[in-house]
Ligand binder design. Structure first.
Ligand SMILES: Nc1ncnc2c1ncn2[C@@H]1O[C@H](COP(=O)(O)OP(=O)(O)OP(=O)(O)O)[C@@H](O)[C@H]1O
Length: 464
């Protein structure tokens, strides 16, 4: 295998036995047993044929070829039952192929079936050690990394409890924490399992994006926007066959065209770089405010500040609060787009600052930076010098862009503009604030535009 090809799948097939009637399973076992026991060769052959005829082979996957090169992130897309998980299981070696072959280079770590690789009778801690060793780490290496793994999983005392007591979210947290610390060369991830709260999703995305700079990723998702956002190439599977392989955006567009063709009876033409909208159900499209109207705890659930979120830098200040407010300074309850919003950041100074600058960035659930700004120009005439213990309040007032429904995270950064350029950013708090968008939008792309009016005029030039 060329040293650059990290995963090679050749003419791969997986057949499962399928029985038309439950009694066929019993027939197959009895014929099989009788065939093994009988000393008469002609009878043995006859019984064996009957055993085979009682079951049919269902091919979950057949004649699949794929090459993934070092550093590539390849997405596998396809509807339910198209064979994606079966393929991934064969790539990581937890399922044996019926036909063909899979070869991989380097250390492969996977987030596939829930709890796979874990022994539910053992505690989280014990499973970290067992799983780490399965991935080739020594006990000493796991000792060194254990605190980082525990911090990533962030499941508190549950780490000392048997894994059978875990919720599915805790399972995923621990499993992801392990694969993030085993120095894998290849990551295999089923996005359906990467469930968890939005803070955890952002943490995983931060890790994944860093990993993708050098590592190789095979990623399964039903969500074509996730494949387009993360992957360089994509493979579309249906009924166990490869329908298309190529540039992720092109493959996703063709997949969506087929989706529309099937669901709307006709194909929506995709031209140029314009991307078709995701298949959004009517219920998602509806403005969802009505459903929850007047729920008082809404702000608390959908606008969350995490003072303990991951940070980098010198901790020059403590971010005490991040809020999104309405024009009357009351807490924002809904984000639907176009509303006037104040993003207020309150921080306490730890190290003196000559010319503090706050910045923020809003990211989508895949960690893509959508928009942001900073206070660089504000103190130009009157530098807001501050000393230890001072409180700083930065406010950004803006009309909220139209964000597709879903979860968003805000990173906060603090810099000192008076310092040399390479030392300006002193504190970076990742995912300090989380909010949800409930926009009713049919926009395409990452952010909807504040469309003022749409019209269509037809001018008939030829009269009959
Ligand atoms: N152990 C099994 N025995 C029999 N059939 C199986 C087995 N595992 C998978 N299948 C069948 O193989 C086909 C492919 O399944 P697979 O789970 O790979 O699809 P998938 O694309 O990952 O689906 P999803 O998106 O729903 O996870 C399905 O029809 C499934 O029912």
């Amino acid at each position: 295998m060329s040293s650059d090809v990290i995963i090679r799948v050749s003419d791969l097939g997986k057949g499962f036995r399928a029985y038309k009637h439950p009694s066929d399973r019993l027939k197959q076992s009895l014929y099989g047993l009788a065939a093994r026991l009988t000393p008469v060769p002609t009878l043995k052959a006859k019984l064996s044929r009957r055993a085979i005829a009682s079951a049919q082979v269902f091919w979950a996957l057949r004649h699949v070829d794929l090459e993934v090169r070092r550093g590539e992130t390849v997405g596998i897309i396809g509807r339910n039952g198209s064979g994606k998980s079966t393929l991934l299981q064969m790539v990581c070696g937890t399922l044996a192929p019926t036909e063909g072959s899979v070869t991989t280079q380097g250390r492969v770590a996977a987030l596939l079936e829930l709890g796979s690789g874990f022994d539910v009778e053992f505690t989280g801690r014990e499973n970290v050690y067992m799983n780490g060793q399965l991935h080739g780490l020594s006990k000493e290496q796991i000792d060194e990394r254990f605190d980082a793994i525990a911090a990533f999983a962030d499941i508190g005392d549950f780490l000392e409890q048997p894994v059978k007591t875990y919720s599915s979210g805790m399972f995923v947290r621990l499993a992801f924490a392990v694969i993030a610390h085993v120095d894998a060369d290849v990551l295999i991830i089923d996005e359906a399992l990467a469930v968890g709260d939005a803070f955890f999703t952002q943490k995983c995305m931060r890790f994944l994006r860093k990993f993708m700079q050098t590592g190789t990723v095979l990623f399964v998702s039903h969500d074509s926007s996730a494949i387009r956002g993360l992957c360089t190439r994509a493979m579309w599977m249906d009924h166990g066959k490869v329908i298309d392989v190529g540039d992720a955006k092109d493959v996703c567009n063709r997949y969506l065209e087929a989706y529309y063709e099937e669901h709307q009876g006709k194909s929506r033409k995709v031209s140029g770089t314009k991307q078709p909208a995701e298949p959004v159900s009517a219920s998602t499209r509806r403005d969802r405010r009505g459903k929850y109207d007047a729920q008082q705890d809404r702000a608390a659930r959908n606008f969350v500040f995490d003072p303990e979120s991951a940070r980098s830098g010198s901790d020059a200040a403590t971010i005490e609060r991040v809020e999104m407010l309405k024009e009357d300074s009351s807490p924002l309850l809904w984000v639907v787009g176009r509303e006037n919003v104040t993003l207020r950041i309150t921080a306490r100074v730890r190290d003196p600052l000559e010319q503090p600058v706050f910045g923020f960035t809003v990211k989508d659930k895949l960690g893509r930076m959508l928009f942001g700004d900073n206070t660089f120009w504000v103190p130009q005439d009157d530098p807001a010098e501050c000393v230890t213990g001072d409180r700083m309040v930065a406010e950004f007032r803006f009309a909220m862009p139209i964000l597709l429904p879903g979860d968003y995270a805000v990173d906060i950064a603090l810099a000192d503009a008076a310092r040399p350029r390479d030392a300006q950013v002193l504190h970076w708090q990742h995912d300090a604030y989380l909010f949800k968008s409930d926009a009713a939008t049919s926009s395409t792309g990452l952010i909807g535009m504040p469309m003022r009016e749409i019209s269509l005029e037809v001018v008939h030039l030829h009269t009959s």
